[in-house]
Design a protein around this ligand. Sequence first.
Ligand SMILES: *Cc1c(COP(=O)(O)O)cnc(C)c1O
Length: 421
Amino acid sequence: MDHFLYKDGVLCAEDVPVAEIAAAVGTPFYVYSTATLLRHFTLFDEALEGIDHLVCYAMKAASNQAILKTLAQAGAGMDVVSGGEYRRAKAAGVPADKIVFSGVGKTAAEIRLALEGGIRQFNVESEPEMVLLDATARAMNTVAPITIRVNPDVDAKTHAKIATGKSENKFGIPISRARDVYRLAAKMPGLKVIGIDVHIGSQLTDLAPFEQAYQKVADLTEMLRAEGHEIMRLDLGGGLGIPYARDNQAPPLPSDYGAMVRRTLGHLGCEIEIEPGRLIAGNAGLMVSEVIYVKSGEGRDFLIIDGAMNDLIRPAMYEAWHDIIPVVEPEPGAEQAKYDIVGPVCESGDTFARERMMPPVASGDLVAFRSAGAYGAVMSSEYNSRPLIPEVLVRGDQFAVIRPRPTFDEMINRDTIPEWL
Ligand SMILES: *Cc1c(COP(=O)(O)O)cnc(C)c1O
């Protein structure tokens, strides 16, 4: 559920008409709903009620400072995957003991940054990382708390570009090697092994792959404990999918997910961490764009809009579906027209939808991309010298620009000219 509904015939973000924001900031732009962000965080938090747990929002999904602060104030921890994200989390006021550090390529500088600033744990993804982390911690006279990310070799049944839990993926250590790697880690004085980490992929629409993976984690916990390791924390990753199309079958709810976690892992007495990203931010954001031209083609009409693949890359990158709706509510039973919906960028991949049925729209009309809150603004670029589009946060009847659109001069003057030119 989200808070983007038609009210009195116009699309609103909570209580603010989307057209009002468009008039203030221009198009295209992203708009997020505070109530939706908080609702999704709370659903997860409540799903694990009664278990010692922390919801660490995977901030790579949407990492604007205002979004982080909204979630941090509600009690969320953060899952970070770079020094930049670590700094963003700290800047938004997230306490160090609620930040977990994931990622396959943590550099020495990033490790030092987190050891200096404090960290809940590193989710270690390889033996060379373990060696570097141990050496860095010892050099700093400290001890790094770690989990080791295991790759459980399960098929997440999601898009290949966001599956991470098969043996051919670059993430984690093969679960079959876990015994040896934990033995090695236990011998390193700069490390304190506290648990196990797993994350099998993103946009999972079925609980079965999670359950398979968590069952393997349960077995591994017992095995490692028998070997003398103190396994007290299980980081279960993120990955629960969201409904991108309104008429699709809905993916499992956080409450179903929570029940499955209890069933598979509840008896172990471990503290549980989860790292949802998409499910918290995805349906909490829209991208709003204006129709520039309606161009008649052979057998189809093209809707050429002012948003493009550089603003929202998911359709080009993952063949992702976004519902695209007019900002003025269509009459009930209004006729539908068939469009290819495209942006102005000089790539055929700059196509948001093909042969999409929607109510007829005209040049100057606003359309909204639903479910654009996660992996939207964070993946945008200035390709074709199109300045990054602004982000807006709504709360009730108020809205605020949380990242302004750069001016053309700001964009151009980021480049510097060598003195010989
Ligand atoms: C991307 C990622 C997540 C979040 O995945 P979602 O599908 O957005 O929930 C969580 N943990 C790790 C390690 C990730 O890389």
